[in-house]
Design a protein around this ligand. Structure first.
Ligand SMILES: [Zn+2]
Ligand SMILES: [Zn+2]
Length: 296
């Protein structure tokens, strides 16, 4: 009996592989392509029910509800709500809505944020596609301002600090109330500026490293996990949004020509970032440059 089954299974597998091969070709009937896509999606769903390297009971529940998400997603599309050509990578489990690449759900803002970096508690807002540059510029120029202030008031700070140290000497110094307030304010100013320069400087450097790598704070965790997972399999991870350090910066700051370093970086500018945050095609100059590097 088992021999008969294996005789049937062999040709069936061959047929299935042939169908999958035909379905992945560009010039294939839409019906076949649709069937192949459904088959692959079903396979992923079924596998995710039994195994998921990211583990956890939440993942198991999410995987179990995957067919419902699929149903809701298709119903939304059939009803014509949110009909568009945006390539989505998954469905947000909270919004129950298709989610483009690099988009993440912020539990504090309670909505999906395009190219989400992090939720900033100081700004009480999410840092994402449209305000990432403003956030970085704010951190960078604020750090520069604090360093300038700390460095410029170093002599004043030393004098004020030395004066405060004499307050409890006998006989007591003859400083007026106004002079004492000035001394304490100067010391307070210097400590505040120096601490902000250190803390914000560290944050700015960290974000500069991430921007140079072409990843966001969230993607850093995801990519690190993925890098380790692929490394264990002897494969190499490649970040598709990393176009090289200089191009990453030019893309992030919106520098298309040499003049933009002055008008868009050093001077305040309200230009919009490249792309709409939903599809991630780099500008032509990045593609051309990357292609030439690949050719070399
Ligand atoms: Zn969401
Ligand atoms: Zn948020």
């Amino acid at each position: 009996m088992r021999g008969q089954w294996s005789l049937l299974l062999g040709p069936a597998r061959l047929c299935l592989r042939l169908l999958l091969l035909l379905g992945s070709r560009r010039r294939c009937p839409p019906l076949l392509r649709g069937l192949v896509q459904r088959w692959r999606y079903g396979k992923v769903c079924l596998r995710s029910l039994f195994y998921n390297s990211f583990g956890g009971s939440d993942t198991a529940v999410d995987a179990a509800f995957e067919p419902i998400y699929w149903l809701v997603d298709n119903m939304i599309r059939w009803c014509g709500v949110g009909r568009n050509d945006i390539a989505t990578v998954s469905i947000c489990k909270k919004c129950i809505y298709p989610k483009p690449a690099r988009t993440h759900h912020c539990s504090i803002c309670n909505r999906c944020v395009l190219k989400m970096d992090h939720h900033c508690p100081w700004l009480n807002n999410c840092v994402g596609h449209y305000n990432h540059r403003y956030f970085f510029s704010f951190c960078f120029f604020m750090t520069l301002g604090c360093v300038y202030c700390s460095y410029g008031s170093w002599d004043l700070f030393r004098e004020a600090y030395a004066a405060i140290e004499t307050y409890h000497q006998t006989p007591p110094p003859t400083f007026s109330f106004r002079e004492r307030v000035t001394h304490k304010s100067l010391v307070y100013l210097w400590f505040l500026c120096s601490s902000v320069a250190l803390a914000l400087g560290a944050l700015t450097i960290w974000h500069a490293v991430l921007i140079s790598r072409g990843e966001t704070s969230i993607e850093r965790h995801i990519n690190r996990k993925e890098r380790r997972r692929l490394q264990a399999k002897g494969r190499v991870f490649r970040n598709h949004y990393n176009y090289g350090c200089l191009d990453n910066w030019k893309l992030f700051l919106g520098v298309d020509t040499g003049r933009h370093w002055l008008t868009r970086v050093l001077l305040p500018s309200s230009h919009l970032p490249h792309g709409n945050g939903m599809s991630w095609d780099p500008p032509p100059w990045v593609t051309a440059h990357s292609a030439s590097v690949m050719a070399v």
